[in-house]
Design a binder for this molecule. Structure first.
Ligand code: NAD
Length: 499
């Protein structure tokens, strides 16, 4: 049975008028499991218009009342966690346990945003001049939009929706068309939680829909997460059209292994961070950098032995360490990179190209793969593979390892494993990367800090969630006031000062 999905506009399920549909696959089997309508310009304009209609009244609700909608949403999700995780896993291909984490990390930002009465407080200066007070307000922008990737279909939409609507904006979400069911269900739950219709609209689609959001003057700000080429395109187009934009792109995250690190700890960290979710995480570790030949040899031996025990299976198999890739194109791309690495002279110690999962021969599976002797000039080092492929780049010294991570064009996350506090501190201060883990392989900051990569992993100046998200989704108005009971001064033709 192929399910038929819809857009969610003005609190209603609508198919739209484009007449164009995309297929949603089951990555475990390669079969089509749903059809999703793809919005054209007209469908997207309808969603924008609906958001514009709903926004002023929503912005007028006091912040505590808006926070209660978010709190109610959290309650409504609770009994649905398992069904949402299963739905997410079935469309994405990550394991059900991992899908729970995807949802949980998103809900933590909703929890953060329930603090909006406090987060929105402005500043106040009493008696800035004689009889003059100054205060600032944080006001919503109006209609804002989010364009999100396939790899975290619960977490990233929630990272954007929750702070945006808490601030009093209306939101148009354009989720990935590859796994659209969970964002759609989350929007339904927001409506059930008391969000007025139109404050959160979901339109599915591709470039035409995104371009409409980029061009329409009613859309004040755009948040994007996805691949770097499109992040850059969305950022340059949005800003050229006078919009705020924060656009996060691809990654190549290094894990530096110092000679004093506990290698058993390092191996477990690398396996989880490298192969979890089949490597389809922007914070996945894809490059291991052991320092010194002795560290490298010992690490590679341990990695080979441990990776051989990994179990790849359908995403609903509770014994599976990771499941299939999201689609046929992803499978071809990852296999293609393994071919490229071999041709470039990297040593393919473990080759997942021909993995077959019994009973799931048409699923998009690649086995855990390991390259040794990768060098910085190789494409498998420079480019994002986004699959279960770990590359070992051997560094002669700490400075070389630091230089590799700092010099890479991506700068999302990085980790160092060491027992030496001085090295760790030096590394975290000097490395040219947005998020750093010290003995932590995937340093995704908690909801009340902010998330964002540097260099070609992030375009824009404000990060996601945490205090930056409140700044991104509001603008500051500064009010200077005085209440003289009589006209005490005559006209002043000089620029006023507070002397
Ligand atoms: P993608 O760039 O293919 O798609 C992202 C979004 O852009 C989707 O909603 C898609 O429909 C839309 N889109 C696709 N083509 C478009 C076009 N030509 N014009 C306008 N919009 C278009 O990315 P993906 O494959 O869904 O996600 C994987 C990528 O996302 C990886 O590169 C990964 O590193 C990155 N990612 C980054 C972060 C981060 O925080 N830096 C987080 C998660 C994922």
């Amino acid at each position: 049975m192929v399910r038929e999905l819809s857009h969610f506009i003005g609190g209603k399920h609508v198919t739209g008028t484009s007449g164009v549909f995309g297929d949603v696959y089951d990555p475990n089997t390669g079969q089509v499991q749903a059809r999703v309508p793809l919005a054209d310009r007209a469908d997207t304009l309808t969603a924008i218009a609906d958001a514009e209609r709903a926004q002023p009244e929503w912005a007028d609700w006091n912040p505590q009342r808006r926070a209660r909608v978010l709190a109610r949403f959290l309650q409504l999700v609770e009994p649905e966690r398992e069904s949402l995780a299963r739905l997410l896993s079935a469309e994405h291909g990550k394991t059900i346990a991992d899908a729970h984490g995807d949802l949980q990390r998103g809900l933590e930002v909703v929890e953060f945003a329930t603090g909006i009465p406090h987060l929105l407080k402005g500043e106040f200066t009493d008696n800035a001049g004689s009889g003059i007070d100054v205060h600032s307000l944080r006001q919503p922008l109006g209609v804002v939009a989010g364009i999100t990737p396939f790899n975290f279909p619960a977490m990233i939409p929630l990272w954007k929706i929750a702070p945006a609507i808490a601030c009093g904006n209306a939101f148009v979400l354009k989720p990935s068309e590859r796994d659209p069911s969970v964002p759609l269900r989350l929007a339904e739950l927001f409506l059930e939680a008391g969000l007025p219709p139109g404050v959160l609209n979901v339109v599915h689609g591709g470039k035409e829909s995104v371009d409409t959001l980029l061009e329409d003057p009613r859309v004040q700000a755009l948040g994007f997460v996805g691949s770097t080429a499109i992040a850059e395109y969305v950022y340059t187009t949005a800003t050229a059209n006078g919009k705020r934009a924060q656009c996060f792109g691809g990654a190549k995250n290094h894990l530096i292994v110092m000679p004093d690190a506990d290698l058993d700890q390092v191996v477990e960290a690398l396996i989880g961070a490298g192969y979890g979710s089949a490597g389809e995480r922007c914070m996945a570790i894809s490059v291991a950098v052991p320092v010194g030949a002795e560290t490298a040899d010992a690490l590679v031996d341990k990695l080979v032995a441990r990776i051989a025990t990994l179990r790849v299976g359908p995403s609903h198999d509770p014994e599976a360490d990771f499941g299939p890739l999201v689609g046929r194109d992803a499978l071809d791309r990852v296999r293609g990179y393994l071919d490229i690495g071999v041709a470039e002279g990297a040593k393919l110690l473990l080759d997942g190209r021909d993995l077959r999962v019994p009973g799931h021969e048409d699923g998009y599976f690649v086995g855990a793969s390991l390259f040794d002797n990768v060098t910085p000039s190789m494409r498998v080092y420079r480019e994002e593979i986004f699959g279960p492929v770990l590359s070992v780049v051997r560094a002669a010294s700490y400075e070389d390892a630091l230089g590799l991570a700092s010099g890479h064009e991506y700068g999302n996350g990085v980790a160092i494993f060491t027992r030496d506090g001085d090295t760790a501190r030096d590394f975290s201060r000097r490395v040219n990367t947005g998020m750093v883990g010290i003995n932590v392989p995937i340093p995704v900051p908690v909801a009340y800090h902010t998330f964002g990569g540097w260099k070609r992993s992030g375009f824009g100046d404000l990060n996601q969630h945490g205090p930056d998200s409140i700044r991104f989704y509001t603008r500051t108005k500064t009010v200077t006031s005085r209440w003289p009971s009589t006209a005490r001064e005559s006209a002043n033709f000089d620029i006023p000062t507070m002397d």
